[in-house]
Design a protein around this ligand. Structure first.
Ligand code: ATP
Ligand code: MG
Length: 630
């Protein structure tokens, strides 16, 4: 296939031919008439005139060759259940759900909001929407009614699909009362609610509105629901960003471009092959779950493992820090995808668990979502004995932007760097106020993407083209480029390093420091499991760094604080030395596991922490508040 650099060059210099070739990885009902329409920048319309269907590509087209192969493997360490669906069974279940949605009035282009735990029915619902051309809006299960209500209002769904309850760490969380309250709060009222009943929590059904999935599925046991052929640029779904930096943004995705982007990414980036098993530990409520639990692996003919539960609990619901590796052995997982935040949880477990199982099927572990600090990356790579590949991307991008294209050419990865720009992405480092391109190694700037953007990238902000252009494409002066709002550098070999968010930069006495650089040094301390660094206003220096650390043994001391400060000063210089290191039990994070630095910073400065709808554990922030006040 040639070298990766040839592959990359073609993808940007001869983009239309490159992507026309990738488009052959999926089935089209009508082939595209135009590969790319970039006549109205920054909007890029891919595979115009082509018609296809995501569900057909994920399910139906595999029936001929692999109908008895596992397609969906559901494992819940919350309920102790384990069940596998072949492509044939998945096809049947998806049609039943599709028939149920049609019976409840959902039509092509209508929105269907999915608010569900990590169960098979959630996947059936997503694929069923794709099948009938309805737009799914998956909302992370367990969001409180306020967040859910605003999403119901924004999406204006015809049908909501939900369940009686989710479960986390053995604790049942009833969803139905939250949903009822959200519908009451919302100005938009869905016509119908379709519910999976797991028997975890009692549910009251609203007559005429609420229906049980199993009743409708029984009525439509053998109803045939053909795939609706959609124009490539028709909407497949909307999804919200994590809300790490403020109010979440509603990202709108197309159909054909997304299908092609995912179909290409499985072999080229992940090195996955049909017939193998892909295990992504994310949640279907996030983009990683959409792309790499549901659509990507299935489009590629792989089995996908849907996991409900903590990484530290076994099927017998007893503590088991080795459960994921047990599953890798059992289901012969070849590609695994997780997040640094999960690895940090595992880091507190016995490392011998990483070697207890036969991991010979596993070729690589991919991690994304947050910077992967070198100590964490090394720990897991050495423990597992497989390559650990960082990949950098966003809800907006739909698939990785920077990583190592493992399937094209095995390139060396470097700890601390997600790697090189992936094919299709024109990634630049730009000066944030002049917009000038920074080409010298080591120059810090904003990571930006020049259009036209590749297939799979967001089409627009849901119902708001103006917000799309203004938010993303106008932040860098004098040029129309997409800002990732991340700060980065490139080294002499072209490898990128992500230094944190553009609004997470600390300015100490006129010197700009990335929070990430300081965090990296602190997390290298053998006693530290996790750390967050924020810039706090300081009368003298403008800003100073303040660190919040979680130690491995849960203990902090003045001596350790001094030790950490010295370590930072030695490695990065006195300016970077944190003014304080606070020891805490947990760090405030979004539900997707990202550090909420802006909220910590606001609390440190005595400001209102702002939009906290996506916070995971509010007590972690309250404890910080108390620490600061003390
Ligand atoms: P919001 O946009 O609402 O503030 P968010 O940016 O956290 O939330 P996501 O789209 O889930 O929402 O996250 C994308 C961001 O996560 C990236 O812009 C980057 O800051 C961070 N990120 C993801 N992967 C990596 C990685 N491998 N290395 C460093 N940072 C990463
Ligand atoms: Mg973002």
């Amino acid at each position: 296939m040639g070298t990766y650099s040839d592959f990359y060059r073609r993808s940007v210099d001869d983009a239309e031919n490159f992507w026309a070739e990738q488009a052959r990885l999926i089935d089209w009902q009508t082939p595209p008439q135009q590969i790319l329409d970039a006549s109205r920048p920054p909007f890029a319309r891919w595979f115009v005139g082509g018609t296809t269907n995501l569900c057909h590509n994920a399910v139906d087209r595999h029936l001929a060759e692999r109908s008895d192969q596992a397609a969906l493997i559901c494992v819940s360490t919350e309920t102790g259940q384990e069940r596998s669906y072949s492509f044939r069974e998945l096809h049947a279940e998806v049609q039943r759900t599709a028939a149920s949605l049609l019976a409840l009035g959902a039509k092509r282009g209508d929105r269907v909001l999915i608010y569900m735990p990590m169960i098979a029915e959630a996947t059936f619902a997503m694929l069923a929407c794709a099948r009938i051309g309805a737009v799914h809006c998956v909302v992370f299960g367990g969001f409180a009614s306020g967040s859910l209500a605003s999403r119901i209002e924004d999406a204006a769904p015809t049908v909501v699909v939900s369940a009686d309850a989710g479960s986390r760490g053995g604790k049942v969380m009833a969803y139905k009362p939250l949903l009822d309250e959200a519908i009451r709060l919302s100005k938009h009222k869905p016509a119908a609610v379709l519910l999976a009943d797991r028997g975890l929590a009692p549910m009251e059904l609203v007559p005429g509105r609420d229906h049980l999935m199993r009743d409708l599925a029984a009525q439509h046991r053998d109803t045939v629901v053909p795939c609706v052929w959609l124009e490539s640029t028709e909407i497949s779904y909307t999804i919200y960003t994590s809300g790490t930096t403020g109010k979440p943004k509603g990202v709108q995705r197309d159909t054909g471009g997304y299908a092609v982007a995912l179909a290409a990414s499985i072999p080229h980036i992940f090195g996955g092959r049909a017939g193998e098993t892909f295990f992504c530990t994310s949640d279907i409520g996030w983009v990683v779950g959409h792309s790499y639990i549901v659509y990507g692996p299935l489009i590629a003919g792989m089995a996908t493992l849907l996991y409900e539960g903590l990484p530290t609990q076994g099927l017998d619901r007893q503590p088991d820090g080795g459960i994921w590796w047990r599953l890798v052995e059992k289901y012969k997982v070849s590609v695994m995808f997780s997040a640094p935040t999960a690895v940090r949880v595992l880091k507190k477990q016995d490392p011998a668990l990483l070697r207890k199982y036969d991991l010979s099927s596993l070729r690589a572990l991919f991690l994304a979502g947050e910077p992967l600090d070198e100590p964490t990356g090394r720990w897991i790579a050495e423990g597992l004995g497989v390559p650990v590949i960082d990949n950098y991307w966003q809800t907006e991008s739909g698939w990785p932007i920077i990583s190592i294209a493992n399937g094209v050419e095995t390139q060396a990865s470097k700890f601390g760097s997600p790697g090189l720009p992936l094919y299709g992405w024109r990634v630049k480092i730009l000066h944030e106020s002049t917009g000038e391109e920074l080409t010298e190694p080591g120059q810090k700037g904003v990571v930006a993407i020049e259009g036209p953007t590749p297939p799979g990238f967001m089409q627009t902000v849901w119902r708001d083209d103006v917000r799309f252009v203004d938010t993303y494409w106008k932040s860098i002066p004098d040029r129309m480029v997409y800002s990732t709002f991340d700060w980065g550098i490139r080294d002499a070999d072209g490898y990128f390093y992500i230094l944190g968010r553009t609004d997470d930069v600390i300015n100490v006495a006129g010197h700009r420091l990335g929070t990430r650089e300081i965090e990296e040094v602190i997390s290298g301390h053998p006693k530290v499991a996790e750390v967050a660094v924020v810039g706090v206003a300081d009368a003298l220096k403008g800003q100073v760094a303040v660190a919040f650390a979680v130690t491995r043994d849960g203990q902090g001391s003045a001596a350790l604080e001094g030790d950490i400060m010295k370590r930072v000063a030695d490695q990065l210089g006195a300016l970077a030395r944190p003014a304080r290191v606070h020891f805490v039990g947990a760090l405030p994070k979004t539900r997707s596991g990202k550090l909420l630095r802006r909220a910590i910073q606001a609390v440190c400065e005595g400001r209102d922490p702002g939009d906290l709808t996506t916070i995971d554990d509010p007590t972690s922030l309250r404890k910080i508040q108390q620490l600061i006040a003390a």
